[in-house]
Write a protein that binds this ligand. Structure first.
Ligand SMILES: Nc1ncnc2c1ncn2[C@@H]1O[C@H](COP(=O)(O)OP(=O)(O)OP(=O)(O)O)[C@@H](O)[C@H]1O
Ligand SMILES: [Mg+2]
Length: 221
């Protein structure tokens, strides 16, 4: 049997990146590569030598978790795959840093689209598609992932839009600012706090004024 490198199965899981690699991919974590920041820390865009783009979340000191916990969560989340969930490409646990490496999702967040910050305009069907995609991603986490994962932080900045404007849910489990919110395990839905951001998420399903006359026409006929 030919077991040359070309015929050996190439397994795709989250991989380990060295600090130097990520430094190189982000131009030494330059401001120009910065794409945002959240409770976990700064987020940078990086380009792999293959041309693939990645988003790197660099934990600030107070967001770091114990090494054992970081490792367990990466092992768990790297097994989670669904077309409506952002892929965890890898991690860096080097030089006293904790970084999470995700696929780069090119069309910004739903918040950016709704607020007009990005140039992405979602028409009514586009919005429904995003809502459905988000729901499918969450159903997968709740009912098909083993063990189940409850997101606990669903909001419009955690729903990203891919090149076809499909929803990609981000930040399930990992990369939460507080230890208490980083646990990846099922908790009863009844114990979840209503999220302060749900107002802006429900904005997604407010029909744009430009399309209201279609609804009115339907209602009249
Ligand atoms: N995988 C990704 N691809 C492209 N951009 C991303 C990706 N992940 C995050 N971003 C960008 O980085 C920004 C910051 O993300 P981050 O998750 O750190 O903060 P947040 O979701 O805005 O707030 P919070 O800390 O409360 O979750 C996002 O608003 C988004 O613009
Ligand atoms: Mg987020």
């Amino acid at each position: 049997m030919n077991m040359g490198s070309g015929s050996v199965p190439q397994l795709k899981g989250a991989r380990r990146f060295s600090y130097e690699e990520l430094e190189k991919y982000t131009n030494n974590f330059s401001e120009a590569n910065g794409i945002g920041s959240g409770g976990y820390g700064k987020v940078y865009q990086g380009n792999l030598s293959t041309g693939k783009m990645i988003a790197i979340k660099r934990a600030q000191r107070d967001s770091m978790q114990g090494g054992h916990e970081f490792k367990n969560e990466i092992e768990l989340l790297s097994r989670v795959h669904h077309k409506n969930l952002v892929i965890l490409e890898g991690f860096c646990f080097d030089q006293a840093e904790q970084m999470l490496v995700y696929e780069y999702v090119p069309n910004g967040t739903v918040m950016d689209s709704l607020s007009g910050k990005s140039r992405i305009r979602l028409d009514w069907m586009g919005r429904l598609n995003v809502a459905l995609g988000t729901a499918r991603g969450l159903v997968y986490l709740h009912e098909h992932a083993n063990p189940p994962i409850i997101h606990k932080d669903i909001k419009s900045t955690n729903i990203l839009l891919d090149e076809s404007l499909n929803a990609k849910v981000a930040d399930f489990g990992l990369s939460k600012p507080k230890v208490e919110t980083t646990q990846v395990k099922g908790i009863p839905l009844s114990r979840l706090n209503p999220n302060a951001e749900s107002a802006s998420t429900s904005e997604l399903l407010r029909k744009p004024a430009s399309e209201m006359h279609h609804v009115q026409k339907h209602q009249q006929s």
